[in-house]
Design a protein around this ligand. Structure first.
Ligand code: SF4
Length: 105
């Protein structure tokens, strides 16, 4: 799975960053999230945060057992847009080529 890059708005939606905190230094936010093992890196030029990956290069938010997205309702914008082929199937991660047949919940 490719590393997932998210915007500050995504981190707010994921409740990892408060709106107040987002007004301040994004580098500082990145350092905190790196310490917490959620973010791998931050690019100042694009303002994008790269999420950490779990074993097998899975997305940090992919449930290891179900292989479904654990934050589907709050998932980052990039996951909502890519790839279009899977369509709006609740719970499924669009980055997983062979998604399980059973949706989350
Ligand atoms: S849909 Fe969920 S599991 Fe898949 S890449 Fe996005 S956040 Fe990660």
């Amino acid at each position: 799975m490719l590393p997932v890059e998210v915007k500050i708005e995504d981190l707010i939606r994921l409740e990892l960053v408060t709106a107040d905190e987002a007004i301040g230094s994004h580098k500082k936010i990145a350092k905190r999230l790196q310490r917490e093992g959620i973010v791998k890196s931050y690019r100042t030029s694009s303002g994008l945060f790269m999420l950490e990956q779990n074993e097998g290069r899975d997305c940090y938010f992919l449930d290891k057992k179900t292989r479904l997205c654990s934050v589907y309702e709050k998932r980052p914008g990039v996951c909502r847009e890519f790839p279009k082929t899977i369509g709006p199937r609740p719970g499924f991660c669009p980055y997983i080529p062979q998604a399980p047949k059973r949706p989350l919940r």
